[in-house]
Design a protein around this ligand. Sequence first.
Ligand SMILES: O=C[C@H](O)[C@H](O)[C@H](O)COP(=O)(O)O
Length: 232
Amino acid sequence: MTPDDMKREAARAALAHVESGMRLGLGHGSTAKHFVDLLGEKVRGGLEVVCVPASEFTHDQARDLGIPLTTLDETPELDLAVDGADEIGPALGLIKGGGGALLREKIVASAAASMLVIADESKVVPVLGRFPLPVEVIPFGFGATRAAIERIAAKLGLSGELRLRQQSDGLVFVTDGGHHILDCHFQQIPDPAALAAGLSTIPGVVEHGLFLGLAKGAYVAGSSGVRFIGPA
Ligand SMILES: O=C[C@H](O)[C@H](O)[C@H](O)COP(=O)(O)O
């Protein structure tokens, strides 16, 4: 099985939680894309759901598949959000935002009664932080915001490069919300809750990619099949 096959199998497992009448949040990324594809097949077969996509990309994919869409303005409460992750750590703590969609993903996940993560086995880690933590920042005051993040990190004993995300053409990456992303190469984040609390005090930080206490379970696919990680 290729890593892409594994992602699809994890997505298929999560699909078993979807019932007619549900209001769903759809995440972003290569694993979430499989979920949306499979959901589209179910919708063509008669499943009735309404969905809030967490990115413009997912919106267009779902629309093209004929999946009924809504917004959090029309439908402020969702039953279930299904999304990928860049890392799955202890207690289902996550790093997300590798694809730049962390802000809308967190808004969508927070509006849902439950969030399920879908991933291949490579995403499961003993300590978060090997994947650079994406922090979404307002362009105004960028230098001051960056310095504030470094100070908060240093207080927690964290160091490493804070890299402004760029596209492959060298232009600065801009999120769907019009913000920039600083990828923080901390390597290890032993106390994610303390870092999340610190980052939330910085005015120029819109949101960060630490998803703590949001996921209720994860379907993780490896070469020997799919396993479920539940709450500790
Ligand atoms: O911003 C992107 C999201 O948080 C993705 O869910 C995350 O990066 C995982 O993406 P993938 O499924 O492509 O590994």
